[in-house]
Design a protein around this ligand. Sequence first.
Ligand code: UDP
Ligand code: MG
Length: 317
Amino acid sequence: MIKLAIVSPCYNEEEVLDQSAKRLTALFDELIEKDKISKDSFVLLVNDGSKDSTWSIISRLHKDNAHFKGLNLARNVGHQSAIMAGMMTAKEWSDAVITIDADLQDDLSAIEKMIDDYANGYDIIYGVKVSRKADPVLKRMSAVAFYKLQSKMGVESVYNHADFRFMSKRVLDTLAKYQEKNLYLRGLIPMLGFPSTTVDDIISERTAGSSKYTLKKMMSLALDGITSFSVKPIYGIMYLGIIFIFISILIGFYVLYALWSHTAVHGWASLMLSIWFVGGITLISVGVVGLYVGKIYKEVKGRPLYNIKDVLDKNDK
Ligand code: UDP
Ligand code: MG
């Protein structure tokens, strides 16, 4: 029987944590009853440098409930790195890990299906959102546009899959070898190449609290999702440059013609326009190159993704 670990990143989740813990306990009871998971399966709650009482709630849950373990990060490192910290810790104590957001907006009933798929030989099982009705319209639209852009850029990822997924221990051991600092798990996991499948994930609304994903965090995840896996934007700049050289040759012919036909001078407007336009293109291009240089800078320093402050694990005592 599989010893399952559920890893959940928590950032300022004091409002929702107790409800989520209740729902997870009920799920564990059910799965243990059905002999799907072993009795020592556990939930690892990762506190991602919360400013509220999240960590004391996790400590209390750990004290009162044998299923709950805790990991306290030294500071806020963001969703992806917090999941990584949890997975790398949990894999040492379990056969497989499922990651799920602490607000449990994902479909808990999909977890049993994931375990069945694992028994049928799959190593990675992606939760795929079949209905995003609970997501705000703007979020839904931007997400779909982003998935499309990503696939145009040649990034392989699972459509409408966020970070609700099942991974076996050998997948996680392989993942541990990847030393990426610009972490985008949705792009990285499919690259590992283990047998994988999907299960439906019906998203519901948050039961309490509000979204911890600020626009800034979402934008930075989206940028990582493209620039960590595709060099097409840099190549795009080169093509843009070629197009511009071609246009400037045409303009050159026009200038010669204007000189020859004595109709020069009146071109102030077009001159101003092109200065601004080319200036803008140059800035964007330098910016995109800068994005990649910034990434190289981060990778080269090789700093750890996270630092663990405390571990709550009864087995250690
Ligand atoms: N989260 C995190 N660190 C952060 C921001 C968010 O660990 O810096 C966690 C958060 O606690 C939640 C998950 O990431 O478990 C997803 O966040 P949220 O539910 O707020 O995002 P949404 O569902 O609105 O996209
Ligand atoms: Mg959420």
